[in-house]
Each structure stands twice: as structure tokens, then as C-alpha cells.
Design a protein around this ligand. Structure first.
Ligand SMILES: NC(=O)c1ccc[n+]([C@@H]2O[C@H](COP(=O)([O-])OP(=O)(O)OC[C@H]3O[C@@H](n4cnc5c(N)ncnc54)[C@H](OP(=O)(O)O)[C@@H]3O)[C@@H](O)[C@H]2O)c1
Length: 263
């Protein structure tokens, strides 16, 4: 049996789409693909220069640092003033600092949680207060989280935990926003070749290009899925590992630990 958890989105023509984290990687590829599909794209990130170099160009570039709540508030106010209330928001922005629990860098822990998790709350709160001004419109919020949030992974002490929290929040927001016609999806990519994964020194299985990740994301929205995870040849294995009892999971994952001399 198959049924949609969200209203499927197949036609992007004239949809107002705000992509937060559009200057690089997956968000950039999403922005480019959605401009091609004739959506009205607003592209945001910290680097205005990178946003202005996007090709094809989005309708609007709006630089902001999501870890500064006032900047998020101002950005949403700008969207309202310019009659660009988004139909769809892709909350893509994220940072990754590989970190073992035996080598914690508290400054990087704080940055990871501020950007990957805490900022998500201010983003959603601000956009909901804008959406509340024109209720009864179908809207969609898409969280870009990660398979790293499924279970404890080596070197993901901060990143994996920040994404586990984000995925949890995604489920809560799905449950509670549905009755207000706000659909919510949770995107959990495996490895994608971007600036973020350049930090990994190990061989990343089943790695995708950002364009492939963007297409997988959009096809998940076209199916009306809640969780959109890809590539399945990798993510289904992780889901299977997630079902194992702790003793077996930890035994398998111990083999993935970096050797001591890599520190
Ligand atoms: N690559 C992967 O394998 C992978 C796998 C699973 C999940 N993800 C998730 O996918 C998302 C995109 O990652 P990516 O791989 O495409 O990384 P990326 O190439 O580094 O892109 C990250 C984007 O987020 C923006 N960003 C970061 N901090 C920001 C801030 N404080 N305010 C506003 N924008 C900010 C960056 O722009 P500026 O630097 O210009 O601000 C950039 O546009 C992240 O949430 C990541 O956790 C990635």
C-alpha cells in the first residue's frame, strides 16, 4: 500500500521557493534546478557574492546568517514587504566539523548546534508568523537533515547529534503543522560531494553529486513523501543497521572508528 503523507509537488511553475543555504552544494543545486523549473526562487546564505554568481539566476538573493535571529527576522520581513511570501521553504544550511567524543572542540560544538539546530527554530517561528497573516494556503517546509542523525556514528559527536535533534523537530513539526495546511518533509541525504564532505578523509560510499541530490529531493516532494532519504543503496543499509540490537550495532561500528594514529 502506498499513500502520500504530504500533498505531492510536481509543478514548480510560479511557486515562490525560499532556499536557505543556497550558495553552495545541495542548496545551490536545488536553486538552479528550481529556477529551471520556473519557480520564483529566493536564494539565501551568508555569502552574497556566491549567491550573485548563481546561474541561472534566482529571482532574489537575500544574504543572511541564520545563527543571528535578528537577521532571520529581517529577511522574513523583507520577503513580506516584497510580496514574496514563500509557498515552499528548503531549510538547507548546515555546517560539519568532524569530531570524536574524545577530542571535543566546544567552540565548534556551539557553532554546529547554533547553525544546524537552534537556527531552525527561529527560521520556522519567523516564517510561521508570516504564513499566519495569510492562512488557508497550502505551504511546505522541507528540512535538510542527514542520515548521520539516525544512530551514533564515529566522528559525528556534534554533527550527528545536531541532525538527530533536527530530525526529531521535523517529526514534531510534521505532526503539528499539518492541521494548518503546512506540509513538512525531512530530507536525509547520504554522502554528497560538496564543500562539507571535503573534510572527510575516508572513502565515502555511494556518494552523489549535488545535482543528483537535488533531483532526489524534488522527486521525494513529487511523491508526497515525509522522509526523503537517498541514495537507497546506502540509506537502506543504515536503516537496517539502526534496527540492530545495541551490542551488534556497536560491534559493527567499532570497525569504522579511525585508528588512534589518525588523531
Ligand atoms: N554533503 C553531504 O554529504 C550531506 C549529507 C547529509 C546532509 N547534508 C546536509 O545538507 C545541507 C547542505 O550541505 P552541503 O553538503 O551542500 O554543504 P555546503 O556545500 O557547505 O553548503 C552549506 C550551505 O549552507 C550555508 N550556510 C552555512 N552556514 C550558514 C549560516 N550560518 N547562515 C546561512 N547560511 C549558511 C552555506 O552558505 P554560506 O557559507 O555562504 O553561508 C551553504 O550555502 C547541510 O544541512 C548538511 O548538513 C549534507
Amino acid at each position: 500500500m502506498s499513500f502520500s503523507l504530504n500533498p505531492p509537488i510536481r509543478d514548480w511553475h510560479n511557486k515562490v521557493v525560499w532556499i536557505v543555504g543556497a550558495s553552495n552544494g545541495i542548496g545551490k543545486a536545488l536553486a538552479q534546478e528550481l529556477v529551471r523549473r520556473q519557480a520564483i526562487v529566493i536564494a539565501s546564505a551568508r555569502s552574497l557574492e556566491n549567491l550573485q554568481e548563481l546561474s541561472p539566476a534566482p529571482r532574489r538573493t537575500l544574504a543572511l546568517d541564520i545563527s543571528v535571529p535578528e537577521m532571520v527576522r529581517d529577511a522574513v520581513r523583507t520577503l513580506e514587504q516584497e510580496s514574496l511570501t514563500p509557498d515552499v521553504v528548503f531549510w538547507v544550511a548546515g555546517v560539519y566539523h568532524p569530531m570524536g567524543s574524545d577530542r571535543l572542540n566546544l567552540e565548534q560544538v556551539r557553532e554546529t548546534f547554533n547553525i544546524n539546530t537552534i537556527a531552525a527554530y527561529s527560521g520556522l517561528a519567523e516564517v510561521i508568523s508570516l504564513w499566519d497573516k495569510t492562512p488557508n494556503h497550502p505551504r511546505h517546509w522541507s528540512w535538510i537533515s542527514s542520515v548521520a542523525g539516525y544512530r551514533g556514528l564515529p566522528q559525528a559527536a556534534a554533527y550527528g547529534a545536531s541532525k538527530a535533534a533536527l530530525s526529531y523537530f521535523a517529526e514534531v513539526s510534521y505532526l503539528e503543522l499539518k492541521q494548518r495546511q503546512i506540509a513538512v518533509s525531512l530530507v536525509c541525504p547520504g554522502f554528497v560531494a560538496t564543500r562539507l564532505t571535503q573534510k572527510n578523509s575516508f572513502k565515502m560510499p555511494a556518494i552523489l553529486t549535488p545535482h543528483q541530490a537535488a533531483l532526489e529531493t524534488l522527486s521525494g516532494l513529487a511523491r508526497g513523501a515525509f522522509e526523503i532519504h537517498y541514495p537507497k543503496r546506502f540509506t537502506l543499509w543504515l536503516k537496517f543497521l539502526g534496527l540492530l540490537p545495541d551490542w551488534l550495532y556497536f560491534r559493527i561500528m567499532r570497525h569504522a572508528l579511525p585508528s588512534q594514529d589518525q588523531h
